[in-house]
Write a protein that binds this ligand. Structure first.
Ligand code: ADP
Ligand code: MG
Length: 707
């Protein structure tokens, strides 16, 4: 029976953070196991200690088998009545176990050779598992075998997130070792939160917090509070993690601010000429954001600004205005879009706006031929190209700018943090140690709490107004059993000379499967509506082909565009007035809102049909209902954040800094004001502590912030 150390230690041992923390210092961990742990994101013993249980089992409590019900998790103890190997290749061991109350069957697959002996009649066994019904009787398949008396009588058993090759009992043993090391002073995990914070918030020490999390006492309410993250032990760690994240971002920002950037004086002649020539007046929100951006550009420090604006709020105009401001001051501008399609669309818009001013934007995309590409690159490096529009191709090392002064990243949520930052490395050599200004734009409204923490390195502007004259998109939710009716609607839409999207967003990760679903849908539509011109676009099409289809659709050559979610961002076809989305119940609300934003761009009444697989649960009904009732992207994003977590809102590719181990931005949002205040204090007065916090929690990820 393992000893249960209960010795209390000073919460700030003298050994430095990190001493004796390597995984291989643990019994039973060699290079191979260490590697497997790394796949779980566990690099050292601290990470092990921060690996929080998903839930807890109460094993001290042995249940009479006669009282067990179906699908119940329980610990039982009894004597073997009979056991045998079932015939067949799988070495299935079947056993009947009896206690004073009755009998239950146990079933084990691939039983090791020694097990028949272990299960000899009369042997006393304790095991923990889940019951299931087989015929009229209950059995436990593959229960965990405990030595009778092994379980901590007064503790709950942690159940950790595990993976193949690193299963529960192994992980539990390792974490127990790390915790023992901590309790006995072989591992130092100093309290990095300032004392006054701990006092004010009523937090336990790190040691007590970790002990509680991994070996909670069997007291009423503790388990639920731990699992739901309400317990001060979890809140303490969450606070620390949020603080570290905040510090890392603020530090990255401070590092950037130490660079100089080209101050771009406001000439304004070109800019004013451009404004005067626009076919519409910028909205008040566009004007305000443009002024904020131009203010930043006139300073000798790099701008780091995020522009948020709902789909259709007119971010392209802000980008163009910013670009003109920089160009007029004699600098080059790079505008990056997440897809070739969008890059081309920007190129077209900007060419339309800038050509009258005598400026010719250059498009750099993956579909360019070798010769055209060489020519374009030459114009970039010579400085002749004022504005370069492109996709990732812009990042390739071959692209050199003569005088890069401003980088604009559109639909930022589609890019990883790495990409966002690697571009800013460009321009450094070319401008003699200066950094270009940076403007990132996103159509995913990010709730304030999330923005405060995930984008603490950026200033944020919000375009909170749509251009006038838009008719709100009418949104309906329809069971997919009524598909025929929806198709019938398309016929009417086409007859009026308008166009429709039909989106098949499978949840499968694989683009191949998605593409296939879209192909099937296109075929079905074509068979039912033979007189309609139906096009298909998906992520597996070569870039040039995809762009060709989209352009043809935009030019009105097709009535219906069947697509995967490749059309989610940016595509602007004002004549399209119907958006049909299949499997709508399986998509995030923010994503549905994005898709819906593809229509309602002209004056015609547009509609969005959310098709769902019936029956829809209560929650699903509520979710789709919210979309029907509001067009406010922020409200929708808040709801997504509440129901699906920050990954959904920030985009799955936005890992890195957004990935939190203990904290939950929604649950712990109330901590953020205090976190920010403490971050200010530490940066000003205790830089060493700030460093230690970043090293503990953010570790390698901080390189994301290094530009
Ligand atoms: P998003 O913010 O989604 O990128 P876009 O920049 O693509 O939006 O603009 C959406 C549409 O609104 C475009 O057709 C654009 O020309 C138009 N638009 C932008 N600003 C205005 C405005 N102030 N008044 C009228 N239409 C505008
Ligand atoms: Mg856009």
């Amino acid at each position: 029976m393992p000893e249960k150390p209960r010795r209390r230690l000073s919460s700030s041992p003298s050994a430095p953070d990190g001493a004796g923390a390597s995984l291989t210092a643990l019994r039973g961990v060699g290079p191979r196991v260490a590697e497997r742990l790394q796949r779980l994101g566990v690099r050292d013993q601290f990470d092990l200690l921060l690996h929080r249980p998903l839930r807890y089992q109460d094993r001290g409590f042995v249940r009479p088998v006669a009282q067990l019900e179906e699908n119940e998790e329980a610990t039982i103890e009894g004597r073997v009545v009979e056991s045998h190997l079932a015939p067949g290749p799988r070495r299935m061991l079947l056993c009947r176990l009896a206690d004073d109350s009755g009998e239950i069957s146990l079933r084990f697959f691939n039983a090791p050779p020694g097990w028949l002996e272990r299960f000899r009649p009369g042997a006393l066994l304790r095991c923990h598992g889940e019951t299931r019904r087989v015929g009229f009787a209950l059995e436990m398949a593959h229960p965990e075998l405990l030595t009778a008396g092994e379980a901590d009588e007064d503790a709950l058993y942690p159940v950790y997130p595990a993976t193949e090759g690193m299963h529960q009992s192994r992980l539990r043993g390792l974490i127990r070792q790390a915790l023992d090391n901590l309790e006995q002073g072989r591992l130092a995990f100093p309290d990095l939160l300032p004392d006054e914070v701990v006092r004010e918030e009523g937090f336990p020490s790190v040691l007590d917090a970790l002990r509680l999390i991994h070996r909670p006492p069997r007291e009423a309410g503790v388990e639920a509070a731990l699992c739901e993250g309400r317990h001060p032990a979890v809140r303490r760690l969450a606070f620390e993690e949020l603080l570290a994240q905040q510090l890392a971002l603020r530090e990255a920002r401070a590092r950037m601010r130490r660079f100089t950037a080209p101050p771009m004086g406001a000439g304004g002649r070109l800019f004013d000429e451009w404004l005067a020539g626009l076919p519409f007046r910028p909205t008040a929100a566009q004007q305000r954001v443009l002024e904020e951006v131009r203010g930043d550009l006139s300073r000798a420090q790099p701008m780091l600004r995020l522009v948020q604006g709902d789909v259709g709020s007119g971010k392209t105009l802000v980008a163009a205005g910013a670009a003109l401001h920089a160009i007029e001051a004699g600098w080059q501008v790079a505008l990056m879009a997440p897809t070739g399609l969008l890059a081309e669309q920007h190129q077209r818009n900007l060419t339309g706006w800038l050509t009258p001013l005598g400026l010719a934007p250059v498009l750099l995309s993956g579909t360019l031929g070798a010769r055209a590409r060489r020519e374009a690159l030459a114009r970039v490096v010579s400085g002749e190209a004022p504005l370069v529009v492109g996709t990732h191709a812009l990042f390739q090392d071959a692209v050199r700018f003569a005088r890069l002064g401003l980088v604009i990243v559109d639909e930022q949520h589609r890019f990883g943090v790495h990409q966002r930052l690697s571009l800013t490395g460009k321009g450094e050599d070319e401008t003699g140690g200066q950094r270009p200004h940076q403007l990132v734009m996103t159509a995913t409204p990010i709730p304030r709490t999330l923005a405060m923490s995930a984008y603490a390195d950026l200033d944020v502007s919000v375009i909170d107004e749509l251009p006038p004259g838009r008719t709100p998109v009418r949104t309906v939710a329809i069971a997919d059993t009524r598909r025929e009716e929806v198709m019938e609607r398309l016929r009417a839409v086409a007859a009026e000379g308008r166009q429709a999207y039909w989106v098949c967003p499978l949840i499968e990760e694989s683009e191949a499967v998605q593409a296939q679903a879209a192909q099937v849908a296109a075929q079905m539509l074509q068979e039912s509506l033979p007189e309609l011109r139906i096009a298909l676009v998906h992520g597996r099409l070569p870039g040039a082909e995809k762009d060709a289809v989209m352009n043809a659709f935009k030019a009105g050559a097709f009535d219906v565009l069947v697509a995967t979610t490749v059309i989610e961002v940016g595509v602007d076809v004002p004549n399209a007035s119907v958006m049909v989305i299949e499997n709508a119940e399986r998509l995030g609300l923010a994503q549905l809102h994005q898709l819906r934003g593809r229509v309602g761009r002209g004056a015609a009444q547009s509609s969005c049909v959310l098709m769902y697989r019936a029956p829809l649960g209560e929650r699903g009904r509520a979710r789709l209902g919210l979309l029907r009732e509001t067009h406010d992207g922020f409200r929708i994003a808040e709801e997504d954040l509440r129901m699906r977590g920050p990954g959904e809102v920030l985009g799955t590719r936005q890992t890195g800094l957004a990935r939190l181990r203990v904290a939950d931005l929604l649950r712990d949002a109330d901590l953020l004001p205090a976190v920010r205040e403490v971050a200010d204090r530490l940066l000003a007065r205790e830089p060493a502590r700030a460093e230690a916090l970043i090293a503990r929690w953010v570790g390698d990820a901080r390189d994301y912030g290094k530009v």
